[in-house]
Design a protein. Structure first.
Length: 247
């Protein structure tokens, strides 16, 4: 019954819900998303911090283990199920392949199969970057629900690595729509000059829980190869998705 609702409690829950969609957020970012005044948001955050539901680190807020932080993907066997398809494609094209998952507003590398070229991209399990910077981050973002996507984009859009990084909110949103339609994402020297990457989502129970990516020097992974490599990568991601469904 509406007369029993607590407006203050609803505002606090709104803040908690917002923080659970990402790894951490600054006060200004929270205010922008929840559309409440600064004093109200600060007071509620302070109360939640005292109660142990929120913690503050270097001017950024995040939820504590008391209510759970960022949720990992629902298939812990992903990294091992993916190895044979990744290895096969890596040997076929010679480039390094990765699996990445979304963790808050970052994408984290969880599996790597090194390429065969002497000059290749070196990465390791545990590497992470803001989700909008990489192809496999964008491949996952493109399949998120609108509310979660907006919260993440507003917390990362100001982070820019190269002149090619998307730093316009609306332009990035349109770019993600294209990615969803075509089925794959491209990092065209957005993370690092001289590096190109193509990624495709991995699905589990109709949810994009991860992405598989192939990367290499831009001099070797030219735009002319995008169509052929994206087709091979989509076949690889679909194979991994099928293996997960049969686990």
């Amino acid at each position: 019954m509406k007369q029993y609702e607590s407006a203050t409690l609803k505002k606090g829950l709104l803040i908690l819900d917002t923080l659970q969609q990402t790894e951490s957020m600054k006060l200004s970012e929270i205010i922008q998303i929840v559309n409440l005044n600064k004093s109200t948001v600060y007071r509620l955050l302070y109360t939640l911090e005292l109660a142990g539901y929120v913690k503050k680190t270097d001017f950024a807020y995040s939820v504590t283990e008391k209510i759970g932080g960022a949720v990992s993907h629902p298939s812990p066997r992903l990294e091992w199920v993916a190895v044979p398809p990744l290895y096969h494609l890596s040997r076929e094209v010679g480039e390094t392949l990765y699996i990445g998952i979304l963790n808050g507003n970052h994408v984290v590398t969880t599996q790597v199969v090194e390429g065969t070229h002497t000059m290749r991209i070196h990465s390791k399990v545990g590497d992470q970057a803001y989700a909008h910077l990489s192809a496999f981050g964008k491949a996952i973002l493109a399949h998120l629900d609108e509310r979660k996507l907006e919260a993440i984009l507003k917390s990362v859009i100001q982070h820019k690595k190269t002149q090619n990084t998307f730093d316009d909110f609306h332009l990035l949103r349109e770019h993600l729509k294209v990615i969803r339609q075509q089925g794959y994402a491209i990092d065209d020297e957005e993370t690092e000059i001289g590096l190109r990457c193509i990624a495709a989502p991995v699905f589990y129970k109709e949810t994009a829980i991860a992405a598989v990516a192939i990367s290499g020097p831009s001099a070797r992974m030219t735009k002319k190869k995008d169509r052929a490599l994206s087709r091979q990568l989509l076949e690889c991601s679909m194979q991994i998705s099928k293996l997960l469904e049969n686990e």
